[in-house]
Design a protein around this ligand. Structure first.
Ligand SMILES: [Fe+2]
Length: 345
């Protein structure tokens, strides 16, 4: 297991790089834009392939590295379903799992610091974002923060994890790097309250100045989606409405790039093939299912995913590999649903 806690000293942010082995797939939590070059260098040195980048919530104190990492590595960007961000590749909900080779994170919705705050639990540790910090808790006075919700998230969810669970927060301003659930329950000054009302009172009277970066970071972090218009300008996109008319056509192959979990939960375009985005490279190479099918039938590949981001990257890769009729559904199933496209299981 490869686990790196990386620090951005400007914003006091911790980012976490996780992989099950050198040479394998990697995932990063809460990357910082200015550190992207360092992450990429480290992944090159460790021979890791970044496949997923996750943010615990919309940050107010730094610009996220999600968009830049996606542009540089074609990784999948992930945030929670409550996040107001324009486009990410995948949205997750409480109880879901985020998987890469040999690593699985459990998704916990832990609102309070913001209304889109999530924590991610992995084996013996939990990544708490700004919900639970070491000897502190994330402020609740902006971005739909709510001290009552935070109390519930901490006391009702995080503190119910096993005592020895390691706590890895998104920030630390004092130099602490890790704690445990038992330690925080006993020694976190914010958690020594007798009631939810006492906690609310405490949080409502912190009188903190706004983060220095807030006016820059929040708007930037709300707009991290890949520009699908560039793909459309190449003529590589169809609208959801146009795609509906293509379903069942003898000359097209719809290709679903989502993962099993997303297909089970949200349904799929009837008769679509399934080729998860992470395996796309193999699928498009000689001997791969998509390569062979497209070559044998001459059919047009129509990629789709949840929001159009994975499919936009897939169509660029397919075009580069010589599939010059390939296209994708602009806006993905999200757009498909809005024009009442049918979905099956
Ligand atoms: Fe935050």
């Amino acid at each position: 297991m490869l686990f790196r806690q990386l620090y951005d000293s400007v914003s006091s942010t911790y980012s976490y790089l996780i992989a099950s082995r050198c040479g394998g797939e990697a995932l990063i939590i809460d990357p910082v834009l200015e550190r992207v070059e360092r992450y990429i260098q480290l992944m090159r040195e460790l021979d890791l392939k970044l496949v997923k980048a996750v943010d615990t919530h919309i940050h107010a104190d730094h610009v996220t590295g999600l968009g830049e990492l996606r542009n540089r590595t074609q990784c999948i960007t992930i945030m929670g379903e409550h996040s107001g961000v324009d486009v990410v590749s995948m949205r997750v909900a409480d109880g879901d799992r985020i998987g890469i080779e040999g690593v699985s994170l459990g998704v916990m919705y832990t609102p309070g610091h913001t209304s889109d705050s999530y924590s991610f639990q992995m084996d013996d540790r939990v990544f708490t974002g700004d919900t639970l910090l070491i000897r502190g808790t994330g402020r609740t006075d902006f971005q739909n923060g709510d001290p009552r919700a935070q109390y519930e998230s901490i006391f009702g969810r995080l503190l119910k994890l096993p005592n020895e669970t390691l706590v890895y927060p998104a920030h630390d301003y004092k130099g602490d790097t890790v704690s445990t659930i038992a330690e925080e329950r006993a020694f976190n000054p914010r958690l020594q309250v007798k009631s939810v009302d006492e906690y609310i009172d405490l949080m409502n009277n912190l009188k903190l100045p706004n983060p220095k970066m807030m006016d820059v970071a929040v708007p930037a972090n709300l707009h991290i989606g890949l520009s699908q218009d560039d793909v459309a300008r190449h003529g590589w996109a169809v609208t959801a409405r146009e795609a509906i008319d293509l379903v069942g056509g003898a000359d097209v192959l719809f290709v679903d790039l989502r993962e099993d979990r997303e297909r089970d939960k949200h349904g799929a375009v009837p008769s679509a093939l399934h080729a998860p985005y992470q395996q796309l490279k193999r699928e498009l190479a000689e001997g791969g299912m998509l390569h062979e099918l497209a070559a044998a039938t001459g059919k047009r590949l129509v990629f789709y995913c949840a929001f159009g981001e994975r499919s936009a990257m897939a169509v660029a890769a397919a075009q580069k590999a010589g599939f010059n009729t390939a296209c994708h559904v602009h806006g993905g199933l999200d757009a498909w649903r809005k024009v009442n496209g049918s979905l099956g299981h």
